[in-house]
Design a protein around this ligand. Structure first.
Ligand code: XMP
Length: 515
C-alpha cells in the first residue's frame, strides 16, 4: 500500500485540497504539506513527483512564501501551478512581474507543444481556469514555452530533461476542461506512477493493519450513524469483531425514525459483528434545553450533554485500549498538520471525547481519506448506499433546526415535516442533485384557517441548497409543483403547522442551517 506518492506543497491557494483529490482520482496517493516543510523530510518520503500549488502572494516580494532551490535539483519531477509556476521561474532565473492584463476566469489556452508529455491527448486549443495578477514575463534558462493565451505569453513552460513543468492556469478546477488529463499526464507520463492507490486494497490493508495493531485490545467508538463514524465502525468490526463496542447516543434531535434505522443496521439484528449500545437520552437533552433560546448556548449544551452521556457509558465498559475517531484527511489538513491554508474547524462533533474516556491510544482509520474516498470505502465494505450517500447532518441535530426553545412537541413537528419533504424530494428524483435539504421550524406562529376553524400555529421553513464545499451555497430551484405538494402534505399531515415557507437565501449572507 502507498508504494508511490505525490507530494503537494501548499503555498496557501484556495484549490489545494482539490489538487490532491484530482491526483488521487488518478489512483495515485497524494499528501499535502506546507511550504515550510523541511526539504530533507520531503526527500525522505521518496515522492514520485512534487506539485507546487497556487497562492495569494507575489513571489518577488520580500517575505513571500518560497522553497529551497534544491527542490528542483532532487531529480524528482516538479509541477508548478499558478504561484508555484511563477516561483519556479523566479527561483531558477526567469522573471515574474505584475501582468499588464489580469486574467480571471475561463480562458482559451493555445498549446504550442502538442507532443509535450503533459499535453498528451489534449486539444490544441483548450479552455482553462485562470486567476492571476502576476505573470511570467521571461522563462528561466533551459525552459521552453509550451502554451500561451491572448494575454499571457507563458501559460505553460517546461524543461523536460530536468522534469520541471510550470503552468499558469489551474488544471485542478473543473472549469479547466482537460485539466484532469494534464494532471494525469504529469503523474503517469512524467513521474512514471503506475496507480496503486485503490479503495479495495486500501480497505483490505487497513483491516489487516488494524487487526495487527489492536491485537486482543478493546475498542470504543462513538457512532452517530453519519458516514464517517459508520465507515470507521464497520472497518473496525471487520478487523476485530466483538472487541469493538459502539455507543450510539440518541439525543432526541435526530430525524424521524433515524435512531431505529441506526439500530437496525448496527444493532444485534443488523449485519455487523460488534457490541452495540443505544442510549436513549432524549429526556435528558430536552430537560437541559428547557427555556434555552440562544443558538450557541443550545449547541454548547447539546455538545456537553453528549460528552456526559458518552462518559457514563464508557465508565460502565471500563478501561478500553483504543478510542476510534472518524477524523478524515481534510480535518488533518485544516487543523494545520498538513497544508498551509489553515481553517479552524468549528463544527467538530466528538472533539471533547478523548479527555473524558480512559484509553491508551486513538485509532483513526479514515485519516488519509477525502470524503468521496470515505464513501468509496463504505461501498467497498458493503454499507448500504443510502447510508453511504447520506447528506450531512449537524451534530446538534434538530437542535439547530428549531428556532428558539426546543421542546418534544416541536421536535415532532419538524421531524414529521422533514420526513414528508425528504420523501417528496426523493420521489421527484431530485435527492442526488441537491447538496443539503431539510425542514426547519421557525418560531413564528400565524393565523390560518382549517375547514371552518381559525388556527394559530407554526410555520415550517423548507431549505434546499446546492453547494460544492458547504462554505458557500445557493438555494436550489425546486420545481413549484414539488413545493406545492410538500406544502399541501405538511399542513394536512403535521399537527400545529399551518404555513410553509421556502427559504431562498444564499450563503453568504445566510447560513445553511437556521442557527
Ligand atoms: P452552516 O449552517 O454553517 O453549515 O452554513 C455548513 C455545514 O455545516 C453543518 N453544520 C454543522 N455540523 N455541527 C455539525 O456537525 C454543527 O454545529 C453544525 N452547524 C452546521 C451544516 O449542516 C452544513 O452542512
Amino acid at each position: 500500500m502507498k508504494k508511490e506518492r505525490i507530494i503537494v506543497i501548499d503555498f496557501g491557494g484556495q484549490y489545494n485540497q482539490l489538487i490532491a483529490r484530482r491526483v488521487r482520482e488518478c489512483n495515485v496517493y497524494c499528501e499535502i504539506y506546507s511550504y515550510k516543510k523541511d526539504l530533507e523530510e520531503i526527500k525522505a518520503m521518496n515522492p514520485k513527483g512534487i506539485i507546487l500549488t497556487g497562492g495569494p502572494n507575489s513571489c518577488y516580494e520580500p517575505g513571500a512564501p518560497t522553497c529551497d532551490k534544491k527542490l528542483f535539483q532532487l531529480g524528482i519531477p516538479v509541477l508548478g501551478i499558478c504561484y508555484g509556476a511563477q516561483l519556479m521561474m523566479h527561483i531558477l532565473g526567469g522573471r515574474v512581474e505584475k501582468a499588464p492584463v489580469r486574467e480571471y476566469g475561463k480562458t482559451e489556452v493555445i498549446v504550442d507543444k502538442l507532443d509535450s508529455s503533459i499535453f498528451e491527448g489534449v486539444s490544441s486549443k483548450t479552455t482553462c481556469w485562470m486567476s492571476h495578477f502576476d505573470y511570467i514575463s521571461r522563462i528561466a534558462p533551459g525552459f521552453e514555452i509550451t502554451a500561451h493565451t491572448a494575454d499571457c505569453p507563458v501559460a505553460a513552460a517546461e524543461s523536460a530533461s530536468e522534469g520541471l513543468y510550470a503552468i499558469q492556469y489551474h488544471p485542478e478546477v473543473l472549469h479547466s476542461i482537460e485539466g484532469s488529463k494534464m494532471l494525469s499526464n504529469f503523474v503517469y507520463n512524467v513521474c512514471g506512477c503506475c496507480g496503486d492507490w485503490r479503495m479495495d486494497s486500501f480497505v483490505e490493508n487497513s483491516i489487516a493493519t488494524l487487526r495487527e495493531k489492536i491485537g486482543e485490545g478493546k475498542v470504543l467508538c462513538a457512532l452517530s450513524g453519519g458516514v464517517d463514524s459508520s465507515v470507521a465502525a464497520v472497518m473496525l468490526s471487520k478487523a476485530v469483531g466483538k472487541q469493538l463496542t459502539c455507543v450510539f447516543v440518541d439525543h432526541g434531535l435526530l430525524r424521524k425514525n433515524e435512531g431505529d434505522e441506526v439500530e437496525a443496521i448496527f444493532g444485534p439484528s443488523g449485519n455487523y459483528d460488534l457490541n452495540f449500545i443505544r442510549v436513549n437520552a432524549q429526556e435528558r437533552f430536552y430537560a437541559k434545553l428547557k427555556g434555552i433560546e440562544e443558538p450557541e448556548t443550545k449547541r454548547k449544551i447539546i455538545g456537553e450533554e453528549f460528552i456526559r452521556v458518552f462518559e457514563e457509558e464508557a465508565k460502565k465498559i471500563g478501561e478500553v485500549d483504543f478510542l476510534v475517531q472518524g477524523t478524515i484527511y481534510p480535518d488533518v489538513v485544516e487543523s494545520g498538520l498538513g497544508g498551509e491554508s489553515a481553517v479552524i474547524k468549528s463544527h467538530h462533533n466528538v472533539g471533547g471525547l478523548p479527555s473524558v474516556v480512559s484509553f491508551k491510544e486513538i485509532v483513526e482509520p479514515l485519516r488519509d481519506l477525502f470524503k468521496d474516498e470515505v464513501r468509496k470505502a463504505g461501498l467497498q465494505l458493503g454499507i448500504p448506499e443510502y447510508l453511504v450517500f447520506r447528506q450531512p447532518f449537524p451534530g446538534p441535530g434538530l437542535g439547530v433546526r428549531i428556532v428558539g426553545e426546543v421542546t418534544a412537541e416541536k421536535v415532532k413537528m419538524v421531524q414529521d415535516a422533514d420526513a414528508i419533504y425528504r420523501e417528496e424530494i426523493a420521489k421527484a428524483g431530485l435527492d442526488k442533485n441537491i447538496g443539503q435539504y431539510f425542514a426547519a421550524l421557525t418560531n413564528m406562529r400565524s393565523v390560518g384557517c382549517m375547514g371552518d376553524e381559525r388556527t394559530y400555529d407554526y410555520a415550517i421553513a423548507l431549505r434546499a441548497v446546492t453547494t460544492v464545499d458547504f462554505m458557500t451555497a445557493e438555494s436550489a430551484r425546486i420545481p413549484w409543483e414539488v413545493l406545492e405538494k410538500v406544502m399541501n402534505r405538511i399542513v394536512n399531515e403535521v399537527d400545529h403547522v399551518n404555513r410553509v415557507l421556502y427559504d431562498i437565501t444564499s450563503k453568504p449572507p445566510g447560513t445553511i442551517e437556521f442557527e
